[in-house]
Ligand binder design. Structure first.
Ligand code: IMP
Ligand code: ZN
Length: 370
């Protein structure tokens, strides 16, 4: 059982305004929703519910097991209506954790049987943003001529005093995709800039695919000015890690298997790192939180952001990730506030959005007991 100090620290981490830069939509689905969807498909005879129930509820999964589970998620969430529902719930869950800026990433998917195209999948995601009821969702509109206006997409002026979650969407290229499919995703991201899309991610099973396959799409994204984040070094792959560092994206996720020279390059390039403690421990990329490379990067004052990766899959929350940092490394509340506030610098939205978020942190500084 946790002592009073831990309980108090957990409450403080919950109250802290937080910036989430690395969360996958389908990795953030509530267990209760997954079970409900599985039951429904079981009743229709599409799956055998008893076969998947234990997979959904299993605690502690290897990296290959996680990717098996993603395949199951994709069977469960293949129609537009479900995508909309999941998106709405995921945003509400992040807002309930006092996440004040959420960069949510998802892989646009085709499903001919359901009449789904990558575009209609993304439209279903955006419908989910509009359906959020508990908070106002504020999207950055990067196509705006002045480059500064944010759009509140589901609030009314009478409700302006409600809590807000600022948001951006990242479109993910899955490592299983072809060059053509990856380029299609980048083109869609460009088309959807005025609907809150702020960048591109490369993710998926790290033992699948070749860097050269995605490179044309990533270069295209760079040319049209879309910021890019890459899942990097989830498995030892020296050649790819070097190629990713050479590409110099705006951010990188994980960076678990870097060698001495690659750490030096990462640090000299000052590429911000999305740190996913629980995800890396649970998939056995690092032996424990205490041995995580967070501490080396933090001590080196390297730009970083604490993130969840897949809060549903790994049964975590962003508040919990901050609590883990406090417990494992003895960071003070002031230091954690600083980590959260610094992450504003690494978001893919523009300076106006950053200004709004800085104001949120100024207010918090006055209210939070340090
Ligand atoms: P989606 O893009 O919304 O469907 O979110 C799930 C997808 O995100 C998975 O199918 C993977 O492609 C990707 N993903 C989630 N977690 C990880 C990770 O830890 N490493 C690499 N890819 C991941
Ligand atoms: Zn990830």
């Amino acid at each position: 059982m946790e002592g009073d100090d831990d309980v108090e620290m957990r409450e403080w981490c919950h109250a802290l305004p937080k910036i989430e830069l690395h969360a996958h939509l389908n990795g953030s689905i509530r267990d209760s929703t997954l079970l409900e969807l599985a039951k429904r498909l079981g009743e229709k005879g599409v799956i055998v519910f008893e076969d998947v129930e234990h997979i959904i509820m299993k605690y502690g999964r290897s990296l290959p097991e996680c990717f098996q589970l993603f395949d199951l998620f994709h069977i469960l969430a293949t129609d537009h209506e479900t995508v909309t529902r999941i998106t709405k719930e995921v945003i509400e869950d992040f807002a309930a954790e006092n996440v004040v800026y959420l960069e949510l990433r998802t892989t646009p998917k085709k499903n001919e049987a359901k009449g789904m195209t990558k575009r209609s999948y993304m439209k279903a995601v955006i419908d989910g943003l509009r359906a959020v009821e508990t908070v106002d969702v504020v999207l950055f509109d990067s196509s705006n001529e002045n480059g500064s206006e944010s759009t509140i997409i589901n609030g009314t002026s009478a409700e302006m005093k409600r809590r807000k979650i600022y948001m951006g969407l990242l479109l993910s290229i899955d490592r299983r995709e072809t060059t053509t499919a990856a380029v299609e995703t980048v083109d869609l991201a460009v088309e959807m800039k005025d609907l809150g899309v702020v960048g591109i991610d490369l993710s998926g099973n790290p033992v699948i695919g070749e860097w050269q396959t995605y490179l044309p799409a990533l270069k295209h994204a760079k040319e049209v000015g879309l910021p890019i984040t890459l899942h990097c070094g989830e498995v030892p792959n020296k050649k790819e890690i070097q190629a990713m560092l050479d590409f110099c994206p705006q951010r990188m996720g994980h960076v678990c298997y870097l060698e001495e020279e690659e750490w030096k390059t990462l640090k000299s390039l000052k590429i911000p790192v999305e740190i996913c403690l629980t995800s890396n421990v649970r998939t056995e990329r690092v032996p424990s939180v205490e041995y995580h490379h967070f501490v080396d990067l933090y001590n080196a004052k390297h730009p970083l952001a604490l993130c969840t990766d897949d809060p549903g899959l790994f049964s975590t929350s962003l508040s919990n990730e901050y609590f883990l940092v406090a417990s494992a490394f003895g960071l003070s509340k002031g230091e954690m506030l600083q980590i959260s506030q610094k992450a504003v610098e690494y978001i893919f939205a523009d300076s106006e959005m950053k200004k709004s978020l800085m104001k949120v942190f100024e207010d918090a500084q006055r209210k939070l007991v340090l």
